[in-house]
Design a protein around this ligand. Structure first.
Ligand SMILES: [Zn+2]
Length: 208
């Protein structure tokens, strides 16, 4: 632990992301037991879903993404780190890339929620993170505000790749917060593969 982290823990001691009680970590034992029923069970080869997007998970994800509770990334990371299968899955990747948001949205929200989680994972697992490779070039409408056919049109040519050399022949892991139709992650995957990534996997925090 770095000195600055110890100092921060002293000033802002960790609290459980669910019940809010002071705790040595970011999810207490009782809440962690409660969350077990939301762990996602049937993962396929190149995609890993950590949680099911419903009930308390959904509420916390909405707080994290839309209600300024950026600190909840700590809790989602802790749930991930405690999950042996998730850790095993992460190990086969060379690079982690969070799904980008447009710079205008980042400015208004103040943070990219997927990037906060990806940075902590990058740090904990020693996997480099790149935020200057996959770029969101169009500030499209929120996918969640559209119907299925409009979502397909809305996502086309939204992303581009810069600094291609960084992903050439690499196993790249995309990290996204919520998976609904999968159109966003599929478009990111396609864009990275076209730019020369060897294999692209996906880690989702909560699947709808
Ligand atoms: Zn708790």
């Amino acid at each position: 632990m770095k000195i600055v982290d110890i100092a921060l823990d002293f000033i802002f001691p960790p609290t459980c992301g669910i019940c809010g009680k002071l705790h040595e970590g970011y999810i207490c034992k009782t809440c962690y037991e409660q969350i077990q029923e939301y762990l996602y069970k049937n993962n396929s080869e190149n995609i890993f879903y950590l949680l099911q997007y419903k009930d308390i998970v959904r509420d916390k994800m909405i707080d994290f993404k839309f209600n300024d509770k950026s600190y909840l990334y700590n809790m989602f990371c802790e749930i991930l780190v405690k999950n042996k299968n998730a850790c095993e899955f992460l190990k086969s990747y060379d690079i982690i890339i969070p799904v980008p948001i447009h710079k205008k949205r980042k400015k208004s929200r103040g943070y990219n929620q997927s990037e906060l989680i990806a940075r902590k994972i990058s740090n904990d697992f020693n996997i480099p993170i790149y935020t200057d490779v996959l770029i969101k070039q169009k500030n499209n409408k929120m996918q969640s505000s559209l119907n299925k056919s409009d979502r397909i049109k809305n996502i086309q040519n939204v992303y581009k790749v810069k600094n291609e050399d960084k992903i050439k022949e690499k196993n790249v892991l995309i990290l996204d917060d919520i998976y609904t139709t999968g159109l966003t992650t599929k478009e990111c995957k396609r864009t990275l593969e076209n730019a020369g990534a060897k294999q692209v996997g996906i880690m989702i925090i909560a699947k709808d």
